[in-house]
Design a protein around this ligand. Structure first.
Ligand code: MEV
Length: 301
């Protein structure tokens, strides 16, 4: 039988990570240039499925029937740094689901793919809000509220995003559990921070629609302060954010679970190369960079 390929995009949360698990809105985009590709073949013709790849194939087997993981080989190619908060695990599960459809010729609806991906995400990370799966599935910039249908995000042309990876990934599960512990310890403080994030979600959504870079940058900086206050930033993430601002980005913040991983920063697309060059000259690793994709158009599906 022919080999079969499925793809899906990673995501960058612009504002609302962690709080989105508890019902606060969040805004996310397909991370520019960040995709995962999975290729399924006959067992013995390529890598043996292992680790989280195997766990996802077991989910598909239980839900959708044959082939079992032992009947398959799987090659995974990814331009996303793994574990950096860029949605690589949700992108992997959606890519595997699509590869399964391509290999078996048995169509699956987006709802079935979503449910399978969420089952994989629950293994990886316990209590997923679903935002990573939704971006991987739709390939669109979205406004997302847990349990509600997401809305495409309008983004004016000419806005770019830089992603710097600080390494030292922590598991999403441990970060989400840590935030839950802090919330239980001091619910009032958590609620005050959630209120601030709600305001920033509105500010970022408006700035994206109108292409207002200074407001966008200021909102990123404000969101970073809230996340640092919540305890999910690290000295290295703070240093990377400062380096991005010095290099000419309009603002900067960690993205996703934090505790290590990626920092994101907006700038004009015309400035992306110059800012990235300054960062590299300062020894920082620019993982990805590109234009922020308008959610009214599909991207990377
Ligand atoms: C992980 O990409 C984002 C978190 O908000 C968890 C989630 O929304 O599932 C930390």
């Amino acid at each position: 039988m022919a080999r079969a390929v499925g793809r899906a995009t990673g995501k960058a949360i612009l504002v609302g990570e962690h709080f989105v698990v508890h019902g606060v809105p969040a805004l996310a985009v397909p991370v520019p240039g960040g995709t995962v590709e999975a290729e399924l073949g006959e067992a013995g013709t390529g890598p043996v499925p292992a680790g989280h790849v195997r766990a996802c194939l077991e989910v598909l087997h239980r839900r959708w029937g044959a082939p079992a993981p032992d009947a398959l080989s799987v090659a995974v190619r990814s331009s996303l740094p793994a574990g950096a908060g860029l949605g690589s695990s949700a992108a992997l599960s959606v890519a595997l689901g699509r590869a399964w459809v391509a290999r078996t010729g048995r169509a699956r609806s987006d709802d079935e793919l979503r449910e399978a991906s969420l089952a994989c995400e629950r293994i990886a990370h316990g209590n997923p809000s679903g935002i990573d799966t939704e971006v991987a599935l739709t390939g669109r910039a979205l406004r997302f509220v847990r349990g509600a249908p997401p809305r495409p995000l309008a983004i004016a042309p000419g806005l770019g995003l830089l992603v710097v990876d600080t390494g030292a990934p922590r598991s999403t599960r441990s970060m989400v559990e840590e935030v839950e512990r802090r919330r239980a310890e001091d619910p009032a403080a958590f609620e005050r921070r959630a209120t601030r994030i709600r305001e920033l979600v509105e500010a970022v959504e408006g700035a994206l629609a109108t292409g207002d870079l200074p407001t966008l940058g200021a909102a990123f900086d404000a969101a970073q302060r809230v996340l640092a206050d919540l305890g999910v930033s690290t000295p290295e993430l703070d240093r990377a954010a400062a380096a991005l601002r010095r290099a000419g980005a309009a603002g900067a913040k960690l993205t996703g679970k934090g505790g290590g991983g990626a920092v994101i920063a907006p700038c004009r697309t015309s400035e992306l190369k110059a800012v990235a060059d300054r960062l590299r000259a300062g020894g920082w690793q620019v993982a990805l960079a590109g234009e922020l994709p308008d959610g009214r158009k599909e991207h990377g599906r």
